[in-house]
Design a protein around this ligand. Sequence first.
Ligand SMILES: Nc1ncnc2c1ncn2[C@@H]1O[C@H](COP(=O)(O)OP(=O)(O)OP(=O)(O)O)[C@@H](O)[C@H]1O
Length: 231
Amino acid sequence: MSLVSLHEVSAEVKLGNGQSLRTVDNVSLNLEAGRTYSLVGKSGSGKTSLASIIGLLNSSYTGQFTYQGLEVASLRDSRKSALRAESIGFVFQNYSLIKHLNVFENVELALMYMSSRPSSKARKRQVQYALSQVGLEDRMNESPGRLSGGEQQRVAIARALVTRPQLIICDEPTGALDTVTSEQIVAILQQLVNEYGSTLLLVTHDPDLADTCDEKFVMSRGRIVNATNVT
Ligand SMILES: Nc1ncnc2c1ncn2[C@@H]1O[C@H](COP(=O)(O)OP(=O)(O)OP(=O)(O)O)[C@@H](O)[C@H]1O
């Protein structure tokens, strides 16, 4: 059974002028457990729109979408939120860390949303471990604003992985970083995804980053126009 299975999925947004724009157009794909996938395509091709459906962030679609064998359309919002908190980790371009929480608290937050929230002692152990994995255990008490872009993204990776999610969705995770830092971030990501056995969906403009994944999906005008096995 695939972790994610989409069959003829489409989505639209309503534009200000009353017209609709099809952002995802008849997409069918499977994501298997433990494999890594990139999603590439020009700006506006629909990558983020598709990733937000797969990440259970947008339920306004037609077609069939199953996650862990569950028909997503039939799940209540509360069940979808719980599923997302427990089994999906997100990393975005702008890090999306909370400024008034320190590094430890930002990572811990991911555990607070779990329905089976670990004890305070277990949370401490898990957060410390996740931060050590990204080399930031000695910056736990700092405010994110005092960290460099690459360091903030490493915190975001620790936050995405601390729940040991089955799926990690990264949307342009290196978009705001220089080339050397980007390569380091992707190396950390790939190593941890491998170690945790998670499935990775990496949305990127960068062909070199895309080639670090097992499989590549190319999007154009909302459609998957090409799917390639890289390895
Ligand atoms: N809420 C919205 N309102 C209006 N248009 C939208 C909305 N969301 C997405 N779009 C449009 O849908 C299309 C697909 O957008 P999407 O963000 O998914 O593309 P993308 O491939 O991720 O682009 P980028 O690489 O620039 O992030 C674009 O033309 C975008 O302008």
